[in-house]
Design a protein around this ligand. Structure first.
Ligand code: RIB
Ligand code: CA
Length: 315
């Protein structure tokens, strides 16, 4: 039996690749997929999660639809980036399977309560709306989860650690900054994968690696090649934020972290959604808040890309 994982996603092209990576990895047992509005509406995100699971032969994995808008503020989807259907406008058949009746938040609460503490890892690659709401309803989830691995934020640990949705805010946190603030303050074991590492050029898919996806002879490789075509067309390379975060579950030794206290700006006119990490190492510990998160500050890019590629083309 593999490591028990829940995926909370807003597919979205890179979420879809993370789902494929998880399904092609025997080290983990996916207990369920919960969907959240972000890249696209909750309806599209849910339909896409079902489509991808069916495509990789994992339609036995349950999908639980989640919350359709941020805790506070409006939802601004980004079909301009992910395509009208959210999967790079790649034509995938409508799913034959249906989502479960149970709400994502209820599933999260119930599955975490039913397992022994420390058994489940939650990998969140979209806005943290579902996760924050579950934590509000049952704060014990923070201690019962082994950890929360979150793709989101930008922590200023290097030049890439600024925003993408705004000059200071990363999309997942910018979409629901209140949710991110609540999760960061929940006391859960947090591993945060921000743009500092996911936007690095040496960990994006391009050139020969991209072409090899298309010529791999693998069904998953071909689908990923087709979905990423949009990013290659628009940007010349494809950032794969979400598969990078998920890969920590599978190859933790490829990543380096530093601890810091992280908070989220929820009011700023210009900075709303900014993730503010206290990186003042020169300050004595008694003069600053204790760390609440591990921020990924480095990764072994070539080994990581080789690993992700090898898993995508397994099927
Ligand atoms: O900023 C990148 C994140 O926003 C990724 O999770 C991508 O899927 C979008 O949700
Ligand atoms: Ca995402």
């Amino acid at each position: 039996m593999g490591r028990k994982v829940i995926l909370d996603v807003d597919p979205g092209i890179d979420d879809a690749i993370a789902i494929i990576l998880a399904c092609n990895s025997p080290e983990i047992e996916i207990l369920g997929v919960t969907t959240v509005a972000g890249n696209v509406s909750i309806e599209k995100a849910t339909r896409n999660a079902l489509r991808i699971l069916e495509y990789v032969g994992c339609s036995h994995i349950p999908v639980y639809p989640g919350i359709s808008k941020p805790i506070y503020g409006e939802l601004h989807t980004i079909e301009s980036i992910h395509g009208e259907n959210g999967l790079g406008d790649v034509g995938l058949p409508d799913p034959n399977t249906s989502p479960r009746e149970r709400h994502a938040v209820d599933f999260l609460r119930e599955i975490v309560a039913s397992e022994k503490p420390g058994e489940i890892t939650l990998v969140a690659t979209g806005p943290l709306t579902n996760v924050a709401t579950a934590l509000l309803l049952d704060p014990s989830i923070a201690r019962r989860l082994s950890s929360i691995i979150s793709m989101g934020g930008a922590f200023g640990t290097n030049l890439y650690g600024c925003g993408n949705q705004t000059p200071r805010a990363e999309f997942n946190v910018a979409t629901d900054p209140v949710a991110a603030k609540l999760v960061y303050q929940s006391g859960a074991e947090l591993y945060l994968f921000g743009l500092d590492v996911t936007m690095r050029p040496d960990v994006s898919i391009k050139g020969d690696l991209y072409r090899r996806l298309g010529s791999s002879g693998s069904r998953c490789g071909e689908l990923v090649y087709r979905m990423l075509h949009r990013f290659i067309d628009m940007f010349g390379s494809a950032t794969i934020h979400d598969p990078i975060a998920l890969s920590y579950v599978l190859r933790p030794h490829l990543f380096d972290f530093r601890e810091a206290y992280v908070d989220v700006e929820i009011c700023g006119d210009v900075t709303r959604g900014e993730t503010v990490a206290d990186l003042r190492d020169w300050l004595p510990p008694n003069l600053k808040k204790p760390p609440n998160a591990k921020i990924c500050i480095d990764l072994k890019a070539k080994e990581l890309l080789d690993f992700i590629f090898s898993r995508i083309i397994l099927k």
